[in-house]
Design a protein. Structure first.
Length: 236
């Protein structure tokens, strides 16, 4: 009895130590359960990569993006023609005419006052003693320019066309001949057609219609004698 009483406490202590030293269980990878649990509880944080500034310009960074062109400002051209600054010509170089202008008739070297008529198609000049004749198989006409108390020498010009006029109070028609003559207004010298008509009883012996100033002049009816009077040839 005394012999079993000595070994019983020793066996109890060995059993207790064996239970406390039970080995840890491992998974198939060889890692312990404690290590697996600890790794699972950790959250992986994403890495933020910070690129250093390369120092390139916007065009070097984006070579395929074309920059918008800068707006261009056209300089305003200053008129160099004194006739423009003096109001005798428009900005596009056209002659400015008032309702009355001095007109130089080249064949006679005289200046006469003309009425600028925007309502008339053709120009007309006061002529008397008009006589048609033929020369080299073509129709010509001789006449004198006359207005008021002035009368020119006899002139001869070929007929470029003929108009048949009928007065409103009569059925009778008569011919009016159209000739061409050189005239000058300001610095504009042109050859223009004129209808020969007796205008001795009218205010103006010369009338300039649209056939004269079309495409070369504009009319300002609020003005008169815009263009300077042409100097006559002192040798004639």
């Amino acid at each position: 009895m005394k012999k079993w009483g000595f070994f019983l406490p020793a066996l109890m202590s060995v059993a207790i130590v064996g239970c406390s030293t039970t080995p840890e269980q491992t998974d198939n990878s060889g890692a312990s359960q404690a290590e697996t649990t600890s790794s699972a509880t950790k959250t992986e944080q994403p890495k933020t990569e910070t690129k250093p500034d390369s120092g390139l310009s916007p065009m070097e960074k984006h070579p395929n993006v074309k920059p918008k062109p800068m707006p261009t400002v056209k300089p305003v051209a200053k008129p160099t023609d004194n006739s423009v600054t003096s109001g005798r010509k428009s900005a596009d170089g056209k002659l400015i005419l008032g309702q009355k202008e001095w007109v130089h008739i080249e064949s006679l070297d005289v200046n006469v006052v003309a009425r600028i008529d925007t309502g008339a198609t053709t120009s007309s000049v006061s002529a008397i003693d008009v006589v048609a004749f033929e020369r080299d198989g073509k129709k010509w006409v001789k006449f004198k320019l006359a207005h008021g108390d002035r009368e020119s020498r006899e002139l001869e010009l070929p007929v470029v066309s003929t108009k048949f006029i009928r007065q409103s109070n009569s059925d009778e028609t008569y011919e009016r001949y159209v000739v061409e003559g050189w005239i000058k207004v300001g610095d504009l010298k042109v050859k223009t057609p004129f209808t020969l008509a007796d205008r001795t009883h009218m205010d103006y012996g010369l009338l300039l219609g649209r056939s004269f100033f079309r495409d070369v002049a504009i009319v300002d009816v609020s003005r008169e004698f815009v263009q300077p009077k042409v100097a006559l040839d002192a040798t004639k």
